[in-house]
Design a protein around this ligand. Structure first.
Ligand code: PLP
Length: 423
């Protein structure tokens, strides 16, 4: 065990997640690569943890933050007018496609979801909420309530009354093997059944990830969210799309994940990549819902000047360089390559993804059972070969990868080579 790991274990909680048995200390970064304390370089196929959306040490972001620092104004996000907040909110409201949208900034995805849930429950005067099985929305009281799995909830009590729906979990259920059309019909029946029998009053909202992140990059079939939305609209139930992992063009085919489904939600929450490593999150919502909150949505540091400088520069970079198109191009190259390799690799149970958000599910070749041990081994092998990845899913056997949107075609080919070799 390294000296730093021993010190970490001594003074930090034992539940702090470290991906590797021998975790590395990252001491530098440039472009889409990071360097550890021994000087070894890695292609970062997890973009930090989807935080470094446009890579490391990006001059445009560094200079924007340095310009803000040079003003001497490093303070709160509330009470005074902040030009950076207004400019960023204008861009996000426009990109959201939500009518008369307004934006509120937080420090994280968890706070963003907490705010969205407060807005929805307040607007609808109801503590009844719908969420998806295998969901992950954070670990504050509200967010943990709508997070589905016991292992991710720390068995916490829920302040909300939450009913979990089927969606991206077909492969884990009795619906496995059903056609999309039949599955969607079964899910809608289930939703109607829940609304008729399981809730105590009107329901405030459904919160859902367009592609489930911690759940293992699992996807609901095309058409499911549109079918759910029809039922929700009948009862005025709000739709909150958690775009913490799927926003900013990462899926290649849309700027926000839910837009892949042709559905406009009432609210979207975002965080992770927007500040390119600086802490920023937020909610974009229908103006009438946003204006409905009074003293609730206050965060001393949410939307602070440094975060806003970083986020404006990052978002401008994504738009100016059309990184959504790059995600589509490089993502297709990798996903096609993984499908091709999977055909001759019995340890691969599934390959899935969209744009630069893709996953490989590892199974025991003899039994087909999920294999977290193989996933752990993959992580060590790719680390040795100079590539960082992520893992997750219900059984911990899903390799999750989400490189920076700035990934080049050469880096996509290099990463694919390392992954296939390790598999
Ligand atoms: N929502 C989703 C979909 C996430 O993946 C995460 C974090 O992984 C969160 C919310 C929580 O965001 P944060 O860790 O910034 O609080």
């Amino acid at each position: 065990m390294s000296d730093l790991l021993a010190r970490h274990r001594a003074v930090m909680p034992n539940w702090v997640a470290l991906y590797y048995n021998e975790p590395i200390e990252i001491v530098g970064g440039k472009g889409n690569r990071v360097v550890d304390e021994s000087g070894k370089s890695y292609l970062d196929f997890f973009a930090g943890i989807l935080t470094n959306m446009i890579g490391y040490d990006v001059p445009e972001v560094r200079e924007a933050v340095e310009r803000q620092l040079a003003t001497g104004v490093v303070h709160t996000s509330t009470v005074y007018l902040l030009r950076g907040q207004v400019e960023l909110a204008e861009k996000i409201a426009r990109l959201s496609g939500i009518k008369d949208a307004k934006v509120f900034f937080t420090n994280s995805g968890t706070e963003a979801n907490e705010t969205a849930l407060l807005m929805a429950t307040y607007a609808r005067k109801s503590d009844q909420v719908l969420a998806m099985r295998q969901s992950y929305h954070g670990r504050s009281f509200g967010a943990i309530s709508v997070t589905s799995n016991r292992a991710w909830k720390n068995n916490s009590l829920s302040p909300l009354n939450v009913h979990f729906l089927h969606g991206a979990d077909r492969h884990l259920t009795q619906f496995r093997g059903m056609s999309d059309a039949d599955y969607i019909a079964a899910c809608v029946d289930d939703l109607r059944h829940v609304l008729a029998t399981s809730v105590a009053s009107d329901v405030a909202a459904l919160i859902a990830e367009p592609i489930q992140g911690v759940g293992g990059f699992t996807m609901a079939p095309d058409g499911l969210f549109a079918a759910y939305k029809e039922v929700l609209d009948e009862q005025g139930i709000l739709l909150i799309s958690d775009e913490v992992q799927t926003g900013w063009g990462r899926t290649g085919s849309a700027f926000f994940g839910i837009q892949n489904h042709g559905v406009t939600p009432d609210m979207m929450t975002f965080a992770k990549g927007l500040g390119n490593g600086f802490a920023v999150g937020g909610v974009v919502a229908r103006g009438d819902l946003m204006d409905n909150l009074h003293a609730v949505g206050l965060a001393t540091f949410g939307g602070n000047p440094i975060s806003m400088a970083a986020a404006n520069a990052t978002l401008d970079y994504v738009l100016d360089h059309d990184l959504q198109a790059n995600a589509a191009r490089t993502g297709t190259l990798i996903i096609d390559g993984l499908h091709e390799a999977a055909a001759r690799l019995p340890i691969v149970g599934d390959v899935r993804g969209k744009g630069l958000m893709f996953a490989v599910e590892l199974v025991d070749p003899a039994t087909g059972a999920p294999s977290p041990a193989l996933a752990a081994r993959f992580m060590e092998e790719t680390k040795k070969a100079g590539l960082l990845a992520g893992k997750g899913g219900l059984h911990g056997n899903v390799l999750r990868m989400a490189p920076p949107l700035t990934l080049t075609t050469d880096e996509a080919a290099e990463g694919l080579g390392i992954i296939v070799n390790a598999l």
